[in-house]
Each structure stands twice: as structure tokens, then as C-alpha cells.
Ligand binder design. Structure first.
Ligand code: SF4
Length: 401
């Protein structure tokens, strides 16, 4: 007897060169192709606009930019040079008839765009690393003017920024939207009052929820950043945070947030959290707890059609040296996605009337199924699934018989 998992290969699962193909097999439902996003050009503004240094935060290390709050002008100059370069690539491609500029031509791999990768295409500028809405008026205007200027030239197609929940107002968001901002990411970290107090965030859960509603209400795409393992955030609190981030959960209503980011809390050198860790008053989550929580969060997000676009910090230069403790792993995202996929298969397996005989998996997830370094082979074997039972499908659907 055949069963169909009816699950799409989610947009934030890794792409393979194959991409989505034709549907094959009568028992399998076809699903939507992965969401495609423009390449991101990150413009890091470490700590710029931040009213305080949060206990866990070392933006200069996390972003690979050791510039501090006076670096906005420098960051914009670097971005300007990069955009000039991109403009030349686009012009050359167009002149050669290689490719017309398109709005959404390249999959978002979650990594910073590189001048050496992908075909030339318009970029999404992302102002990250500080509190964009609390920049000085002059700095914010300079950022927005740069984005608008390059948008007019067709080199930029979207603009996003990150900020804190307590740094937005209806008025400031309306102004941003009018100035060309498309997306605002809120560094919520948690919606739990006790956790927010334990991490000295300076706002409560109600304010964070209201900020999310404000961003979406302003017609901006909303991204929510959560921090499993932040002081006060237990696995149970994180589960509740994910549920809240995916609200509203009324029938037929889409979540306010378009995407999530999960940044497991690390102890970084030079932060107040490092002092707490040394004093024994903060203990980071172990890796297995973190992978378990992330897998749960992924499944919850995917069930609502929400992508999780990043798990863990980007591997910027100097990050390894700065991490004193915490669930750091070079393949953290792969570990969590593979575990989420295994749980999904297990849940559907339980509905089969007998033991499994055949599992169909989208070909583009070939590198994910068995886990990082084949770490899930034994777990699948325990579920009765072995390599010879798996076939790779050319569409985005899983099937289980
Ligand atoms: S507001 Fe955000 S960027 Fe600024 S210090 Fe806090 S966590 Fe870091």
C-alpha cells in the first residue's frame, strides 16, 4: 500500500544543480518549486545605532567588520565600490546578450553574494549588524539614498535592514517603506518576558509581538530572529517562541513573518556573557540540545510555509577564535535540517500499515538525507529504511511506500 508524504522540498533546503524537475509517479503530488530570492549584498554597520551592547553580542566579530560605530561611511563606500563592479558585470552581460537583468534570478543560498559566483543579476542590499532605525538621520538617509540610486540603475532590486523590536514605531516604519525599504528583520531573540529580562534586552514579549505586527502592518516583509539558548531561553521557551513567531495560527491566515533566523547563543570573547560564563552563571546549550530544538523549529516553520533562512552565525574571519563556548558546528544547519527531515519521514512512516519498502526523495536533497558525515544512516536503519530502498525523484515531492 502506498502513502505520499506530500511535502515540498522547502526553499531553504540546499539546492542541487538539478533543480526542480518534472513530476514522476502517479502516487506523488506535485508541489511548488522552491522560492527564489535575489542575491544579498550585506552592508555591515556593526553596533551602529545600538542603544546598548547586548550581553551576547559582538557584531564586529560576527560580521567580520572591526570598525565600531564610526564605520557607516566606510561601509557605504565599500558597498558603492561593489555596486560599481556589479553594474559593470550587468552591463557586460546585457551587451553580450548573455542575460537580461531580472528581478529574482538567483536562489538565495543564505550566504553573502560573491562577485565570483552566479550570473550577474540585481542584488538585495541588506543593512545588517546594528540598529538601522536608530541610526542618525544623516546616516540612515545616506544608506537609503545609496540603495535608491542603485535601484534606479537596475543594480539593486530590494532593500532590507535589521533592527530591534523597541526601535520601531508606526511612523518610522511608514517612513522607511516610503523611502524604498522592502523588508525589516527584527532581532526579537525571544518573546518570553523572563528570558528577555535575563538577557537584559530592555523590552518585553508584548512589545516584541507588537513590533512584528507593526512591521507587517506597514507593508514591509517581516523577518524574525530568535536566539535559542539565550540566557533564560530553555528548549521549552524556544518552542513557544517559534509558535509565537509563526502567529497568527488561525485557519487560513498566513503568519506575519515571511522568514525566521535561528542564532543559537554562543559565548563570544569580550561580551558580558563571557563574564557570566566564566563566573558559572551562564551555561550554553550543548550541541545535541541545540540540534534537537532547531529541528523542531524547522518543522514548525515549514508546516506554516515559512522558511528558516539561517541557523548559526556566518563563518566570518576571526569567529572561531572569538567563540569561547556554545553549540558551534560548521555544519549546524545541515545537522538540524537532516534531523528535521528524518523526523518528518518518521512521522509519515508511522502511518504506513506495514514496514517501508521504498522511499522517494527529491534529488536535490541527496546530500542531506543521510545526515552530516552519514550520521543518520543508523537512525534510518532503525526505522527500517536502508540505502537500497531510496530512489531520487526529479520533482520536489517525497513518497513512501
Ligand atoms: S541591538 Fe542588536 S546589534 Fe546592537 S548590540 Fe544588541 S544584539 Fe547587537
Amino acid at each position: 500500500m502506498a502513502g505520499s508524504l506530500n511535502v515540498a522540498a522547502r526553499p531553504d533546503w540546499p539546492d542541487s544543480p538539478d533543480g526542480p524537475g518534472h513530476t514522476r509517479g502517479a502516487a506523488c503530488a506535485s508541489v511548488a518549486p522552491p522560492r527564489r530570492r535575489p542575491r544579498i549584498l550585506p552592508v555591515f554597520l556593526p553596533f551602529a545605532g545600538c542603544p546598548t551592547r547586548c550581553v551576547f553580542c559582538a557584531q564586529d566579530v560576527q560580521t567580520g567588520q572591526r570598525g565600531g560605530i564610526n564605520s557607516v561611511g566606510h561601509a557605504l563606500a565599500v558597498a558603492e565600490a561593489r555596486l560599481e563592479h556589479e553594474a559593470r558585470l550587468l552591463e557586460a552581460a546585457t551587451a553580450n546578450g548573455v542575460q537580461e537583468p531580472r528581478d529574482h534570478p538567483a536562489p538565495n543560498t543564505g550566504r553573502a553574494a560573491s562577485a565570483h559566483e552566479a550570473s550577474p543579476s540585481p542584488l538585495e542590499i541588506a543593512f545588517y549588524g546594528g540598529t538601522f532605525t536608530l541610526l542618525s538621520e544623516a546616516e540612515r538617509t545616506a544608506c537609503l539614498e545609496l540603495a535608491a540610486r542603485w535601484r534606479q540603475r537596475g543594480v539593486v532590486c530590494r532593500v532590507r535592514c535589521s533592527t530591534r523590536p523597541d526601535a520601531v514605531t508606526v511612523h518610522s516604519l511608514a517612513t522607511l517603506r516610503a523611502a524604498g525599504m522592502d523588508c525589516v528583520e527584527l532581532g526579537v531573540q525571544s518573546f518570553d518576558d523572563a528570558a528577555l529580562a535575563a538577557a537584559s534586552r530592555g523590552y518585553g514579549g508584548a512589545l516584541a509581538r507588537a513590533a512584528c505586527a507593526m512591521v507587517a502592518g506597514a507593508g514591509l516583509e517581516l523577518g524574525v530572529q530568535l536566539m535559542p539558548g539565550m540566557p533564560g531561553v530553555t528548549p521549552e521557551v524556544f518552542r513557544a517562541d517559534v509558535r509565537t513567531a509563526l502567529l497568527p495560527d488561525t485557519d487560513g491566515a498566513a503568519p506575519l513573518t515571511s522568514f525566521l533566523r535561528f542564532y543559537p547563543c554562543l559565548v563570544l570573547r569580550g561580551t558580558p556573557l563571557a563574564e557570566r560564563w566564566r563566573a558559572g552563571s551562564y551555561v550554553p546549550w550543548p550541541l545535541d540540545t541545540t540540534v534537537d530544538a532547531l529541528a523542531h523549529g524547522l518543522l514548525a516553520a515549514w508546516a506554516r510555509g515559512v522558511a528558516v533562512v539561517r541557523m548559526g552565525l556566518s563563518p566570518e574571519d576571526g569567529l572561531d577564535d572569538a567563540v569561547l563556548a556554545g553549540p558551534m558546528h560548521p555544519a549546524l544547519g545541515q545537522l538540524a535540517k537532516a534531523e528535521a527531515l528524518r523526523r518528518h519521514v518518521a512521522a509519515h512512516l508511522a502511518r504506513l500499515p506495514g514496514p517501508p519498502v521504498r522511499l522517494g526523495v527529491p534529488r536535490r536533497l541527496r546530500g542531506l538525507l543521510w545526515g552530516h558525515a552519514n550520521g543518520l544512516v543508523a537512525a534510518y536503519a532503525a526505522m527500517g529504511i536502508t540505502r537500497d530502498m531510496v530512489h531520487w525523484r526529479d520533482d520536489d515531492t517525497f513518497s513512501l511506500e
